[in-house]
Design a binder for this molecule. Structure first.
Ligand code: CO
Length: 498
């Protein structure tokens, strides 16, 4: 017995059905295409599968004419052996504002009932008070509460004056005290450098008792290296996607990580041939979604992220806002303004919705003058309705922003949801003529416009528009034939003004 190195298989959360297509294909994967492979996915031996939450709720009801609650319900039946996981935006649930506690509690209970086992909960500001109600509800259901620390930077590497190793360790201890069953480092922008991952995970493993999971994105190109170093430092679980929906702004792919760790103490213990078969299936349905893939650049790496420490999605939003105002030439001014706005707003981590708040204000500062134009969202933020940012908001900026704010000029410091009246009865009232199902009530509570419109389609009160019709593989084939003909010069009918 020469080698006594203890085996400690690296566990895998597969995100193909949620973050994989959310990141690379605008969240458009339909439940029917998951159903085709669900039983095989269930047999893989994943620690868990992330299948719901984030943008999936919004997109399903807004663009796919799918009842968002059906997906976990259906998958649970087909995948009884694999814990199903969702991403919950704390008090924001699967929306973009704080909901009242009664909505949060009912949402978590219903999600548990339709099949969610692990609730990954985060708050954009890392304000743990915004996690409180959802943790309590998850515990009431006897489910697993995984609490996140959003990973953020103010300079190229961990450190500086806000996001230090100490900041992350303190947060982890607070979350553990609050009852976290595991802790996730949520690196939504792919900012975490491999050696920082090593330092951070090693320190967490030394002082935190609950399992540590790493969620990182490939975006900057560092993702797989970061996973490897985190594995060396003893991380318990990492998030990956099957290759077809991996890379770009999605997660690292599972297959090369499996191969890289084969025969080491962190060997995944999964079957590569099985994973490749799953990947083949995803390839077979993927053409239906190819229109959503960003093919404007050859590179699958967003090197901007390495320079600006800003999420890729936020950068593309900045570009499109500037384009709308015919001001794309001012992009460099915007890049220079982002860190200033962020500092003035108390260094929020940049993730939904804070990335939009900082992004929109930055563009307005450049185009209209600093804080001359301020959105309601920024006023709400400065008033304290999103919670407490890592550092205090610049008092001068806060005063400027709140000058004409309808709620008042004196910001609040309480847990934001303490200011909210119960909302569930209002939602019940909204839909009472055609449904009493709690899932429907919650859909209306969270999305009173697009959710309610979906419910009218669902209950036959309105006809869904043609654009929510799924694209089929036959459609793809027809397109391909037309493209091939055009390339071969066989399309004789060209527009007259060609
Ligand atoms: Co993510």
């Amino acid at each position: 017995m020469g080698n006594v190195t203890k085996k400690n298989p690296l566990k895998i959360t597969d995100v193909t059905f949620r973050d994989g297509h959310q990141s690379n294909l605008a969240t458009r994967m339909r439940t029917e295409d998951m159903v085709g492979i669900a039983e095989e996915m269930n047999q893989t031996g994943f620690y868990s599968m992330e299948v719901w939450g984030g943008a999936t709720f919004d997109v399903a009801s807004r663009f796919l004419n799918e009842d968002p609650w059906d997906r976990p319900r259906i998958l649970k039946k087909l995948m009884p052996d694999t814990p199903l996981q969702m991403l919950l935006r704390g008090q924001n649930l699967v929306g973009y504002r704080n909901y009242a506690d009664d909505v949060v509690i009912a949402f978590v209970h219903h999600a548990a009932e339709v099949g969610i086992d692990i609730f990954r909960i985060f708050d954009a500001l890392n304000d743990e008070r915004n996690l409180k109600t959802s943790i309590r509800a998850v515990k009431e259901c006897g489910k697993h509460a995984q609490l996140c620390i959003c990973y953020s930077l103010t300079e190229p590497k961990m450190g500086g004056k806000v996001f230090t190793l100490g900041y992350y360790l303190d947060k982890a201890h607070i979350l553990q005290e609050m009852g976290a069953d595991s802790i996730c480092i949520k690196d939504m922008a792919g900012l975490l450098a491999p050696d920082d991952a090593y330092t951070l995970v090693a320190a967490l493993k030394k002082t935190v008792k609950v399992p540590i999971q790493l969620h990182t994105h490939f975006t900057s190109g560092m993702g797989a290296m970061t996973c490897l170093k985190a594995a060396e430092a003893g991380v318990d679980i990492i998030d990956t996607s099957l290759a077809p929906f991996a890379l770009r702004s999605s997660e690292p792919a599972v297959e090369p990580i499996l191969a890289a760790l084969r025969g080491t103490p962190r060997d995944l213990g999964l079957d590569l041939a099985h994973l490749l078969k799953l990947g083949d299936y995803i390839e077979s349905i993927a053409p239906k979604y190819r229109d959503f893939l960003n093919l404007t650049r050859m590179s699958v790496i967003d090197t901007n992220v390495l320079v600006h420490q800003t999420p890729g999605g936020m950068i593309s939003n900045l570009v499109s806002q500037l384009r709308q105002s015919n001001a794309l030439h001012r992009l460099n001014e915007v890049y220079a303004e982002v860190p200033k706005v962020r500092e003035e707003l108390g260094y929020p981590p940049l993730v939904t919705p804070t990335s939009q708040i900082v992004g929109v204000q930055t563009v307005q500062n450049v185009l209209a003058g600093r804080y001359k134009l301020v959105s309601t969202q920024v006023m709400d933020y400065c008033y304290g309705l999103y919670g407490k940012p890592p550092e205090p908001i610049d008092p001068e900026v806060q005063k400027m922003v709140l000058k004409f704010y309808k709620r008042g000029q004196m910001p609040v410091t309480c847990r934001p949801a303490d200011l909210l009246e119960p909302e569930l009865d209002k939602a019940r009232e909204m839909v009472k003529d055609f449904t009493r199902e709690i899932g429907d009530v919650l859909t209306a509570a969270i999305y009173p416009i697009t959710g309610l419109r979906f419910l009218k389609w669902k209950h036959g009160l309105e006809e869904p528009p043609p654009e929510v019709k799924p694209k089929t593989l036959e459609d793809v084939k027809r397109e391909d034939e037309l493209i091939a003909k055009a390339k071969a010069g066989q399309l004789v009918e060209k527009p007259s003004d060609f």
